[in-house]
Structure formats: structure tokens, C-alpha cells
Ligand binder design. Structure first.
Ligand code: WTA
Length: 656
């Protein structure tokens, strides 16, 4: 976050209490009710979660043990048998919801589709039977590389139905990034589409899958299932590639949900860390189902008449938890949108709200800042009166953006839930409950009941009110990640041994800086490690650096970020070149393009700065702090005495 944002957040004192009208009908109606839930959860966490699991989910068989905690490894509802696809579909079919819209889809070139719970169930069963036909069995992993179409959600639910773990890879990732993830997760089948629509152009997803699988570098993959979306012609490799619409005709619609152990793996989702390759975050069945269910219900205050729209992509955790699993488990109507604002349709988001009467809208601060830039005449020209609740996620929201969102989109009447969480946490951790907690612009407010969040120093000691520190969680919760796929040690090291245990108790280290104010409200300040947040997307500096040094011209690369008005952060890469190359605009463009090819467009550096040398310590460590200062045009602050060669800094400054 930029200095000016931090400044304005530090001075932010405005308080927005829930209105009586909202609180009256809310799931959680008052601060007292919230407090009671917290007290119950804190005094007996296992009882609290067990009661909810019993009330809110269907179990084929009840658990024997609520929590088996062998730090840092947790098992929830041990011995219980359930299926998240059953909880999201089958159990609604015996109620009036059978014919309620489960999924509303608005496609980019004007296509649209609505699937009732009965229809969604039918397609998921067929899809699951097709996967079985392709040899997928319980325990296998399936890669999903899809545009934002209903079949993305159908594929996820189909995997869950037969007990295969899915690993969704965001459709904006490159063939190389896809390949790395498919190799790591040892996928048996890849589900993709002939293409997807993105800002008026076709994204050639199938072609990328072909590249990722070329030369049999992912030997575990035996089949590719292709959904027809754009109808552009694609190459189909005999015996490996199959069309979904063709196989769909060959299967029955009968596919009972497989009773899964509560701790069976549900999915692996890759996310960036400060070191090494992206990690496969593992989530399991019962705990994740309960946590996404109850957070969706209480935070988005779901009512039966709601039309709920989360604008994330299913390739990210937000899409998993709050487009697919959380809303469907609650029997809600969830909206999926393939489009994005562009010059020819800058008001498209508002059109969607108006067209479907969206009541709950959940988006990212970066999107809000882009809306502000496009001008309030766009939302003002539409009827947004159906909206009753707004949410944000992905990065700290600056108070100006919060206030604009509240006033222009929410018409001054909608509460805003600023939700802090991570891929690793499975669901929302710190957030207002909209009928209960007064909000402050820029603060995610208070922990969800049962979440024991704290702010500590490097020794693990709690810091005082308004003192900055590291955000930690003290007690396991049902939605927490279970491990890094194939790497328990990395899981332990990254999240649980970063800070020393307090009174012998392991604490979960989130990687974010935060402070807690005198009212117990949390203010999350952003990452304290080498993880960047560009437009709400998480990227590791190391990943971008490795992509850059894989180009023959690059000798060394150091990647930092600078504040950006819309994106939050922008990538700045400092580069030293191999002897025979010299700096040029052409090379700069080529390097940016190279990163796009290696990772995807979300990682494209905004600025490339060529330099003769990078500032390093005597032991050879790159001094990123100095580069961050330089990148954002600030004075160099702090100690520079460890710098090996001061001349390097002077030269870099000269260029800046
Ligand atoms: C950041 C996205 C401030 C944070 C769900 C976290 C936030 C990272 C907020 C996780 C928020 C997310 N306020 N910062 N409301 N929400 N973050 O794994 O730095 O893609 O660690 O999960 O996003 O990103 P991830």
C-alpha cells in the first residue's frame, strides 16, 4: 500500500453502523448476537463447530472426533462421511429449491443460461459419469483450465461427486504455468474448452493445453475433455482428446454422490509464496464445506430471494469458495459472468446487476478503483436499487474507494463487508457481519466467530493497540489448508514455524502485516514477505524473477513493486544483461512479453529498468528495500551501510 493510503487509513475514524432495517432481517442481527457466538466458540471451539456441522450439512455418517490436532496438522470431523456435491445439489432437490435458479450465467458475446438446481444436478451427474468413463476414480487428480462458463462449476462439482480432487488453473495462466501445475499435481485428466471469450477476443485454451502437454512432459495425463464454447476449430488428438457434448450423449444421468471421508482431499489450488515455485494448497472435504457454507450464510447474509454475484474467476480461491461451493451449499442463486469492462462496454457490470436484479455484489478494490476512473455516470445511468449488500476482497481497500462504493454503487443504503482471507484459509476470516458490526472504511473489522486472530511481534508476543505487527491465527479452524501438496515440511516451515510458538502453541502465520485498534478492529496493511499483490492477484517476486532470467539476455533480475492507482501494486523489474546484449525499448518489450509467455498476462512487469549492477550486501543478498524505494521514486530510507558497493546505488539513482 502506498504511503498516502497508509496515512489516510491511520486517520480514518468514520463509523457506519448497520441500519435497523438491515439488522432486523439479517442472519446475525446484533453485536450482542455476534458476541455470543464468539463467546461460545472461544469457550468450546469443538462444540461450536460440531453443532454447526450437524445443523448445516448432510452427513452419510457422523464423525467420531471433531478435531484431531497434531500441530500443524489438523483433521476435522474425523470418521465422518459426506459429499460436498451432495450438499450443494442433491439435498436441495427434495425441497422447493429443486426448481430455483442455482446458477445464472451471463456470457460475453450476449449468451446467457440459467440452470435450476435440478438441471445443474443432472449435468453434474452426466459430467461425473463421463469422467468415470475416462478412467477417473476416487483419489485421482483432475486439472481444470476453463473460461468462466457453467461447465467450469459443473466440472468441479463432478470431480467432487466421484471423489477426484480438482486442481483449477486460472485460464489466464500460460501453457508453461499450466504444465508446471499439472506435473506437480500428477493430473490424470485435463478439462478445458475450445476457447473462452475475453474482452471480445478468443483465448485459445485448448491450444495452450496442447502446448502444456507437448512431448509427453506430463506423462500422468491420459485424456483431455474439451467443452465447446467458441466453436473455433481446434486440433483433437485421437484417443487423448474428447468432446464433452459428444460423450454427454453416451452416459446415464444417474450418478450417486460418493460418500467421502471428511478428510479426503477435495482440491489442490496453487498459490504464490515468497520462495520457490507456487505451492499446491490442499483443502479437504468436510471442514471446507462447513466453513465456506457458514461464512457465506452469515457474511453475505443469504436470504432465499437473493441473487448473489461474486465477480472473481473460478480459477482463484474466491471463485471456489464464494461462486461455487459456499453459495450452492446454501441453496442460493449464484451468478457467473464471463465478461469484463472494456472501452466498448464500460458499464457492463452495472448492466448485469440491472438485468438480473443482483442483490449481493462481491468484488475487488482494484475493480472498484477502475469503476471510479470510468466515472459514476455509468452506474448512475442504471437501476441498481436491487442491491442490498456489497463486499470486497483481495487487498486492502483505500477509504476513498470504500466511500465511493458505498455512496455510488450502494446508494448509501448497503452495508459493505471488507473480507480478509487467503487461499490457505479456505474462507473468510476477518470481516464485518453486516447486520451486527459497524464498519470503518479500510478495516476488515473483526474476526469471524471461532477465528482467534491476533497481531504479534517477531518473537510471537501480542502487540498493543494500534501497534503494527504480524497477523496470526491461534486455533485451528475447519476451513484451514491441510498441507502443501506433496510437501508437509514446506507447510510446516512456511506457515507454522515462521514465528516461535506462544506458550508451546503453534500459531498460523498469514504473511500479512496488521494492527488492531482500540475497538478491536483489524486493519490489514498488506504482505510482509516477497509476495506481490497486483490487481488483487498474488504473485511471488521469485516466480517473476525466474521467468526473467530464463530469457537469454538476462543475467540477473530483481523484482519489486511500486504503488499503482488502479492495480494497487505494479511490478518493477531491475535487470542486468548478459555481455552481448544492450538495453533498448525493444528488449524491454520483449522481456515483458517473455514473462507473459512464462506465467501469464497478470505477471507482466509494468516497468523494466536496466542497470549495470544490483545493490547487494557483502554476502550477496539483493537489497530489495532499496529497490522498492527507487522504484516508487522515494528517498532511500534506513541503513545502507551493509551495501557492498555504494556506487551501484548512485548510478541507479542517477537513472531514476
Ligand atoms: C490480501 C484472496 C487486505 C492479503 C482471498 C492476503 C487482503 C492475500 C484482503 C491473499 C482484505 C485479501 N484486506 N488484504 N480484505 N483480502 N488480502 O490467497 O495480503 O489470493 O494475504 O486470497 O490477499 O490472497 P489470495
Amino acid at each position: 500500500m502506498s504511503e498516502s493510503n497508509i496515512e489516510s487509513i491511520l486517520q480514518e475514524k468514520r463509523l457506519f453502523p448497520p441500519t435497523a432495517a438491515f439488522s432486523q432481517n439479517a442472519q446475525i442481527k446484533s453485536l450482542e448476537e455476534y458476541q455470543q457466538l464468539c463467546d461460545r466458540a472461544n469457550s468450546d471451539p469443538q462444540k461450536f463447530w460440531a453443532e454447526l456441522a450437524e445443523q448445516e450439512l448432510h452427513w452419510f455418517q457422523k464423525w467420531d472426533t471433531v478435531l484431531d490436532w497434531q500441530p500443524p496438522f489438523a483433521k476435522w470431523f474425523v470418521g465422518g462421511k459426506t459429499n460436498i456435491s451432495y450438499n450443494c445439489l442433491d439435498r436441495h432437490l427434495t425441497t422447493w429449491r429443486k426448481n430455483k435458479a442455482a446458477l445464472i450465467w451471463e456470457g460475453e458475446p450476449g449468451d446467457s443460461r440459467t440452470l435450476t438446481y435440478a438441471q445443474l444436478h443432472l449435468e453434474v451427474c452426466q459430467f461425473a459419469n463421463v469422467l468415470k468413463q475416462l478412467g477417473v476414480v476416487k483419489g485421482d487428480r483432475v486439472g481444470i483450465y476453463m473460461p468462466m462458463i457453467p461447465e467450469a462449476a459443473i466440472a468441479m462439482l463432478a470431480c467432487a461427486r466421484i471423489g477426484a480432487a480438482h486442481s483449477v488453473v486460472f485460464g489466464g495462466f500460460s501453457a508453461e504455468a499450466l504444465r508446471d501445475r499439472l506435473i506437480d499435481v500428477e493430473a490424470k485428466v485435463v478439462i478445458t474448452a475450445d476457447g473462452g471469450w475475453r474482452k471480445g477476443a478468443i483465448v485459445p485454451l485448448k491450444e495452450q493445453v496442447d502446448k502444456a502437454l507437448a512431448n509427453n512432459v506430463v506423462p500422468t495425463v491420459t485424456s483431455v475433455l474439451v467443452v465447446q464454447r467458441t466453436k473455433q476449430s481446434v486440433e483433437m488428438q485421437p484417443e487423448r482428446d474428447f468432446w464433452w457434448h459428444e460423450l454427454q450423449k453416451t452416459v446415464s444421468a444417474d450418478c450417486p454422490a460418493e460418500p467421502m471421508d471428511s478428510e479426503d482431499m477435495l482440491f489442490v489450488l496453487y498459490t504464490s509464496g515468497s520462495t520457490g515455485k507456487p505451492k499446491g494448497v490442499v483443502h479437504t472435504t468436510g471442514g471446507y464445506n462447513l466453513y465456506t457454507h457458514i461464512t457465506t450464510k452469515w457474511i453475505f447474509d443469504l436470504q432465499d430471494t437473493d441473487v448473489y454475484w461474486c465477480t472473481a474467476d473460478v480459477g482463484w480461491i474466491t471463485g471456489h469458495s464464494y461462486i461455487v461451493y459456499g453459495p450452492l451449499s446454501n441453496g442460493a442463486t449464484t451468478l457467473m459472468y464471463e465478461g469484463a469492462p472494456r472501452a466498448s462496454n464500460p458499464g457492463c457490470m452495472w448492466d448485469v446487476i440491472e438485468k438480473y436484479g443482483v442483490t449481493v455484489f462481491y468484488t475487488a478494490p482494484t475493480a472498484i478503483r477502475a469503476f471510479i476512473k470510468m466515472g459514476e455516470q455509468l452506474p448512475n445511468a442504471r437501476n441498481l436499487s436491487s442491491l442490498r449488500l456489497l463486499g470486497t476482497v483481495g487487498e486492502p481497500i483505500n477509504p476513498e474507494a470504500w466511500i465511493w462504493y458505498q455512496r455510488v454503487v450502494g446508494g448509501g443504503r448497503c452495508p459493505i463487508v471488507d473480507t480478509w482471507w487467503q487461499t490457505e484459509t479456505g474462507g473468510i476470516m476477518i470481516t464485518p457481519l453486516p447486520g451486527a458490526i459497524a464498519t470503518k472504511p479500510g478495516s476488515a473489522t473483526r474476526p469471524f466467530p471461532g477465528i482467534m486472530a491476533d497481531v504479534v511481534d517477531l518473537e510471537g508476543n501480542p502487540v498493543g493497540d494500534n501497534e503494527g505487527g504480524y497477523l496470526v491465527i491461534r486455533h485451528p479452524w475447519p476451513g484451514m489448508m491441510r498441507t502443501v501438496y506433496g510437501d508437509d515440511e514446506r507447510f510446516r516451515r512456511t506457515y507454522w514455524e515462521h514465528l516461535p510458538p506462544t506458550n508451546g502453541q503453534y500459531v498460523y502465520f498469514a504473511g500479512d502485516g496488521a494492527r488492531r485498534d482500540e475497538d478491536g478492529y483489524f486493519w490489514v496493511m498488506g504482505r510482509v514477505d516477497d509476495v506481490l499483490n497486483v490487481s488483487g492477484h498474488r504473485l511471488g517476486t521469485m516466480e517473476v524473477e525466474s521467468a526473467l532470467v530464463s530469457h537469454p539476455a538476462v543475467a540477473e533480475a530483481a523484482v519489486v513493486s511500486k504503488p499503482d492507482e488502479i492495480k494497487g501494486e505494479e511490478i518493477v523489474a531491475f535487470i542486468t544483461l548478459e555481455g552481448t546484449y544492450s538495453p533498448s525499448d525493444k528488449l524491454s518489450k520483449e522481456l515483458k512479453q517473455h514473462v507473459v509467455k512464462e506465467i501469464g498476462a497478470i505477471a507482466r512487469p509494468g516497468v523494466i529498468r536496466f542497470t549495470d549492477a544490483l545493490p547487494k550486501t557483502r554476502s550477496g543478498k539483493i537489497m530489495r528495500r532499496l529497490l522498492r524505494n527507487l522504484a516508487s521514486g522515494q528517498e532511500i530510507t534506513g541503513d545502507t551501510s551493509t551495501l557492498e558497493d555504494r556506487g551501484v546505488l548512485d548510478k541507479l539513482r542517477g537513472e531514476g
